[in-house]
Design a protein around this ligand. Structure first.
Ligand code: HEC
Length: 168
């Protein structure tokens, strides 16, 4: 009788120990081995059509027609034109030249593909602010996009600047 009691006690103790060990192993495993997100380890693609907080919807150049209809939300004040000029000098002068006349001056355009004359009154009339804004943020046939270097608002400032250099 005594042996049966000791054996039962041993079996219960062994089962308890086993369960305890299982809990400890699973607990430490869960803590160390589960899927975790390390900053910079992976790049997640944003779902299509998502707009980040404080950001603006950037239409791809294939949707230029839609983008061209966007009204310019930035008033063409002297401050806006000055800011646009400053950004233009930083990003656009190599190809478009300081006068925006295209292919006349500029480190790149005189040797590479000549850019169109942006001061041309006919072109100025033909293009909406939204069209040029789209050209800046989404790029053109050859022209690179500046959607990552410039905010949408800065692009509108540049459009205001370009309007200010239109030939009468
Ligand atoms: C690498 C050279 C390059 C740079 C830099 C560049 N562009 Fe252009 N841009 C071009 C070329 C080439 C064209 C002619 C059309 C095309 O190839 O897309 C053009 C066309 C344009 C047009 C005319 C679109 C039209 O048909 O009405 C505008 C407006 C314009 N660029 C504005 C800018 C602005 C603003 C910047 C600076 C943010 C800039 N570009 C920077 C090369 C450049």
């Amino acid at each position: 009788m005594k042996w049966v009691f000791i054996l039962t006690l041993l079996i219960v103790a062994a089962a308890g120990g086993l369960m305890g060990a299982a809990v400890v192993v699973r607990f430490t495993h869960n803590m160390a081995e589960t899927a975790r997100i390390m900053p910079g380890e992976r790049v997640f693609r944003m779902p299509a059509g998502v707009v980040p907080r404080g950001g603006d919807l950037v239409l791809p150049k294939e949707q230029r027609e839609v983008a061209a209809k966007q009204p310019n939300p930035v008033r063409a004040s002297a401050a806006s034109i000055a800011l646009g000029r400053e950004r233009y000098v930083t990003f656009c002068v190599p190809c478009h030249g300081a006068e925006a006349k295209g292919g006349v001056t500029g480190l790149v355009a005189t040797k590479f593909i000549p850019t169109p004359d942006l001061t041309n009154a006919e072109l100025q009339k033909q293009r909406t602010d939204g069209y040029w804004h789209s050209y800046i943020v989404a790029g053109g046939a050859v022209m690179p996009s500046y959607g990552e270097a410039l905010s949408s608002e800065e692009a509108w400032h540049i459009v205001n600047f370009l309007r200010s250099v239109a030939r009468q």
